[in-house]
Design a protein around this ligand. Structure first.
Ligand SMILES: [Zn+2]
Length: 454
């Protein structure tokens, strides 16, 4: 009797374990099947990494960027378009993990939870994807980079639609390179979409954040004057400026990008106020674009001495910025303090990310708008952007090792028919304005003409 009882207990336990196991498996299928199906070792996916009969990818104007024909995955017929859109579209492999053809592969190949891949293609729903990007604008940005490595992003700060997103180095998805020891330098970072995953010292573009912290925390800061003699001593060490600016206000300091003004302000504001404003404007956090998380921007002065805090105020020290998030910050300033979060997919997927993020209050946004507009009118020259009214800030970020600095330009246009925010980074490009400026102009003007023709 006792034997029978212990046997039935055993049977019960085994049965329960089996049920629990089955439940775990079912849950796992629902959570992960979309990813499992994409694995290259999946025997059901014949040819082109399973893309041989996958849906098409279009740009915002219906240009085909990727399609399948006779069992092969093919891409736009124009060579420059294939290069300029590679990091958004992807190639046959899963090497560029954030690309649409990687992160939405199960959707493109028509995977379905009930039928797996077994559904006839005529019944596979929603396998075409239309993007928000415009291939001609991507080409304009790619050409303007003229062989430099870097990243360019332009997005509509009212709708969140990304019109231009380019990352270099790049390659032709019809002829992916074999990366060996001999050419690895040339292709350094080629599988990374630097718009979403890139992190760089922001240099003087960070002065926007320091200015915001000063405007919010120091009463009457706008009537103060600073004196730049070409350097300042903070915490016992010198912080140098590119010029001897003499007497100037904070607004003039931003337009002339004076290091003395903004390193002194950071030291005076202190770690807590600087960190609070940096975090309001997107540092130490990530944003999800499509289904990919951006890199986390870094502002961490917890271990900084006073001199380090000073350097952080001009975007050096250990500060790191991401191009997409810098564009979002500019979009928020343009939008009265609230960012409309970007996406690159117009239609074709179940869930399109988006939403808004309140960053700063509207009074502060209006003040920064005035300052960034003054940068362009008083310093860069308003003729730089022929058809747009632009607010911007450049940056030249020192990278050490005797390398040329990274060149940045971030900003937005005030034009109602072209509400565009942008970020440009040219790696080792030298002086911000002269290198990143023309790229920003090319990308912004191309995107504006796209919006104006719709
Ligand atoms: Zn100065």
């Amino acid at each position: 009797m006792r034997k029978t009882r212990s046997r039935s207990t055993m049977v019960l336990i085994i049965a329960l374990l089996a049920i629990v196991g089955l439940c775990v498996f079912i849950v796992k299928i629902f959570l992960n099947a979309g990813q499992w199906i994409q694995h290259p070792y999946n025997g059901h996916l014949a040819g082109s990494g399973g893309l041989s009969s996958a849906g098409e990818i279009f740009d915002r104007n219906g240009n085909t960027l990727a399609y399948s024909q006779d069992g092969e995955r093919l891409y736009n017929s124009d060579y420059t378009t294939r290069l300029s859109t590679l990091h958004v579209v992807g190639d046959d492999s899963l090497n560029i993990s954030s690309a649409i053809q990687s992160s939405y592969r199960s959707q493109l190949i028509g995977f379905n939870y009930l039928w797996g891949l077994g559904l006839p293609s005529s019944l596979k729903a929603g396998s075409n994807i239309t993007l928000t990007i415009d291939s001609s604008a991507c080409n304009a940005a790619y050409n303007a980079l003229s062989g430099h490595n870097g990243a360019v992003v332009v997005y509509n700060y009212k709708t969140g639609e990304v019109l231009c997103s380019v990352s270099t180095p790049t390659y032709d998805p019809l002829d992916p390179p074999e990366i060996t020891e001999d050419n690895e330098k040339e292709y350094d970072g080629v599988y990374v979409d630097k718009v979403l995953a890139g992190l760089y010292a922001p240099g003087s573009t960070f002065k926007i954040i320091t200015a915001a912290a000063a405007l919010e925390n120091i009463p009457d800061i706008e009537n103060e004057t600073f004196t730049c003699n070409g350097s300042t001593n903070i915490g016992g060490n010198e912080i140098t400026c590119m010029h001897i600016h003499g007497e100037l206000t904070m607004k003039e300091g931003l337009a002339q990008s004076c290091n003395v003004v903004f390193s002194e302000l950071a030291a005076r504001l202190g770690k807590d106020k600087m960190t609070a404003m940096a975090e309001k404007l997107g540092f130490n956090s990530i944003v999800t674009v499509n289904s990919t998380e951006t890199a986390k921007q870094v502002y961490n002065v917890s271990k900084a001495d006073e001199n380090g805090l000073g350097w952080s105020g001009i975007g050096q020290y250990t500060v790191e910025a991401n191009p997409m998030q810098m564009a979002i910050m500019c979009g928020a300033i343009a939008n009265g303090g609230t960012a409309v979060l970007p996406n690159e997919i117009k239609s074709g997927v179940m869930e399109i990310n988006g939403g808004t993020k309140d960053m700063i209050d509207s009074d502060l946004a209006a003040k920064l708008d005035e300052y960034m507009r003054y940068d362009v009118t008083s310093y860069y020259g308003d003729s730089l952007f022929p058809s747009l009214t632009v607010c911007a800030k450049t940056g030249t970020a020192e990278v050490g090792e005797n390398k040329e600095p990274h060149a940045w330009m971030v900003g937005y246009s005030q034009d109602e028919d072209a509400p565009l925010a942008f970020a440009v980074i040219v790696e080792n490009g030298g002086y911000g304005f002269s290198t990143a400026g023309p790229v920003a102009v090319a990308a912004m003007e191309a995107c504006a003409s796209v919006l104006r023709s719709e």
